[in-house]
Design a protein around this ligand. Structure first.
Ligand SMILES: [Fe+2]
Ligand SMILES: [Fe+2]
Length: 184
């Protein structure tokens, strides 16, 4: 499946020198076709919604950093790509197609939730590939991306990266449907 959103993420990853082993989801049809939600009244519902939302989070994060004059080094830009790509990757296990071909919540979503699963997949994929500092830096942004404990994050943002990802996530989620409030 071709995805303009995946190509944008791929090209930012290449620009900043990201490790290709951590961009493998961009070639994964499951990621490219997945929904961003398990119910139509939540953000980015429907086929291709997850990669679109992921691309929006990356683009808004990079633009926000630029607008406020953050002069990020190359490895900080890599962290933005990794955190954007992995922040909701757990949704691959949270949603599934039902017998009528509609996106729905899975049993895994009830039992783990997508943030815990995203964290798990990031820790598994990045082990032995990146420095311990980068792994922990991105892990925090993934865990904090909903911004508040009441909104499902086990920790609140403590770093600039975590604030960028949370803010971009919130904006992408809510601009997708101005009549609803979503915690991406
Ligand atoms: Fe999100
Ligand atoms: Fe999320």
């Amino acid at each position: 499946m071709l995805s303009i959103y995946a190509n944008v993420i791929r090209s930012r990853g290449a620009d900043f020198g990201c490790d290709p082993r951590l961009l493998h989801y961009l070639d994964d049809n499951r990621f490219l076709s997945w929904s961003g939600s398990g119910t139509p009244d939540h953000h980015h519902y429907g086929t291709g919604g997850l990669v679109q939302h992921t691309c929006e989070v990356l683009t808004i994060s990079l633009e926000s950093a630029r607008l406020v004059g953050l002069n990020f080094a190359e490895n900080a830009k890599q962290a933005i790509v990794y955190a954007s790509l992995y922040h909701d990757i757990g949704k691959l296990w949270s949603y599934e197609l039902d017998v009528l071909g509609r996106w729905a919540y899975s049993r895994t979503n009830k039992e783990q939730g997508h943030i815990a699963r995203s964290y798990h997949e990031w820790m598994k994929d990045s082990a032995g590939v990146l420095s311990d500092y980068m792994i922990e830096h991105v892990a925090h942004a993934i865990l904090a991306h909903h911004g508040f404990k009441d909104w499902g994050s086990p920790v609140t943002p403590k770093t600039r990266l975590a604030w960028l990802i949370h803010s971009a996530d919130y904006m992408s989620a809510n601009l997708s449907n101005p009549l609803e409030t979503h915690h991406g």
